[in-house]
Write a protein that binds this ligand. Structure first.
Ligand code: UGA
Length: 415
């Protein structure tokens, strides 16, 4: 199929690259000309397992002009960001709106527009479709519309795209859904078809549930810690119950990244705006916001006055397998250390450049340099941290690097 993918951010890059790998004619569109030139040279703008190989080998066109590609596309995927970037309880629809307007102006009569950008329920109907219809053509009559949320995990996104557990299609009408279902027909997973707003809600409910699972196990973990119980054993013990499941029960410093926190906030915001206060979701967020600061409390058990102390940080990425530092829990921990007067030295195998933009004032160095600090906090579950020599050190572990138990003093956050 002839496909355009608008927005060469995380979701757009993976979607475009994987659809091209599957034999579609894909044009990736982004206003960032430098990024487009890099993609054309076969370079990968983000650190994501398997993506570089696909970008190097797949036939993928990339350009910054939206109109020319849209005119010849059978399907246009909208993959631009909606993160307000300021921690607010809403989504930023500026990019989605601009793109919808441009598609409305440029597209031919048979184009299907697919919203992959994460938008709260009703957005496609209330905001996007009116913009697509601006030049007088009618959605569901003259052109098709679908919502097709993504459930990709950073670090496994290529694998997740090519082997999804389900594909969710929200459709304005059957004809629209049929076109998208046809694109995905080779995927050996259930294809679930609903109306537009249900598909939008599934994305938010999915991320809210995952977030709730993490805050739940962290809360249990905080109780267990006080009782000298290893939460991971408790998680194992409950995870065998298929109603609970054993996934996403890794207690630690809480959830970060560009998705779970912002989607939870947006869902809370929308819920409040329609007159319902979602207390459980609010607490999921509150538990998460306090969780990483437990690292400081545990550290101060051993070094009560942090003024002038060298504190080493292992791990800056919001999770292993990515260089993404958006809403990384390391941010709150480092801010707290700096406000206590500590000197911070940090190491991450891939995320130091991104983190340096946020914190130019701290020192960056090798893992060995970090190990020479007065105490070490482990904040990302990078495999390589398991092969470091922690003997004689004070280690506060937020990510369960068990090898670190050989330290002189070892504290696990929930174990
Ligand atoms: C998340 C969802 O898992 C994806 O399904 C979804 O598509 C994506 O958001 C999105 O909306 O785009 P991602 O942000 O890549 O994916 O990361 P996760 O693997 O979900 O991890 C999120 C955070 O939770 C990380 O900080 C991670 O360390 C933490 N986490 C995860 C835990 O603390 N414990 C766990 O058991 C699992």
């Amino acid at each position: 199929m002839n496909i355009s993918v608008i927005g060469a951010g995380y979701v757009g890059l993976i979607t475009g690259a994987c659809l091209a790998k599957l034999g579609n004619q894909v044009t990736l569109i982004d206003t960032d000309k430098e990024k487009i030139e890099a993609i054309k040279r076969g370079e990968c703008p983000i650190f994501e397992k398997g993506l570089e190989d696909i970008l190097r080998t797949a036939q993928l066109d990339a350009r910054s002009d939206i109109g020319s590609a849209i005119k010849t596309s059978e399907i246009s995927f909208v993959c631009v960001g909606t993160d307000p970037g300021d921690g607010s309880y809403s989504i930023d629809l500026r990019s989605v709106s601009e793109v919808a307007e441009a598609i409305g102006e440029a597209s031919n009569d048979h184009c299907l527009t697919v919203i992959k950008s994460t938008v709260v329920p009703e957005t496609t109907e209330e905001v996007i479709i009116p913009l697509l219809e601006k030049n007088g053509r009618k959605a569901g009559v003259d052109f098709g519309v679908c919502v097709n949320p993504e459930f990709l995990r950073e670090g496994f996104a290529v694998e997740d795209f090519l082997n999804p557990d389900r594909i969710v299609i929200g459709e304005i009408n059957k004809q629209s859904g049929d076109i998208l279902a046809d694109l995905y027909k080779g995927f050996g997973c259930p294809i679930l078809r609903f109306d537009l707003r249900t598909a939008e809600a599934i994305k938010y409910a999915s991320n809210a549930f995952l977030a709730a699972k993490i805050s739940f196990i962290n809360e249990i973990g905080n109780i267990c810690k006080e009782l000298s119980i290893d939460t991971y054993n408790v998680a194992k013990g409950i995870g065998y119950d298929p109603r609970i499941g054993d996934k996403f029960l890794n207690a630690g410093i809480g959830f970060g990244g560009s998705c779970l926190p912002k989607d939870l906030r947006a869902l809370i915001g929308q819920s409040v705006s329609i007159g319902y206060r979602p207390r459980l979701l609010e607490e999921v967020l509150n538990v998460n916001e306090a969780q990483n600061l437990r690292m400081i409390r545990l550290l101060k058990k051993h070094i009560p006055d942090l003024r002038g102390k060298n504190i080493g940080i292992l791990g800056l990425a919001f999770k292993a397998g990515t260089d993404d530092v958006r809403e990384s829990k390391a941010i709150g921990v480092i801010n707290a250390l700096l406000s206590e007067g500590a000197k911070v030295r940090a190491y991450d195998p891939v995320a130091m450049d991104n983190f340096r933009r946020l914190f130019p004032e701290i020192t960056y160095g090798s893992a060995e340099a970090v190990l020479a600090s007065d105490a070490i906090l482990i904040l990302t579950e990078w495999q390589e941290f398991a092969s470091l020599d922690y003997a004689g050190k004070i280690v506060i572990d937020g990510k369960r690097i068990l090898k670190a138990r050989r330290a002189k003093i070892y504290e696990g956050i929930c174990w």
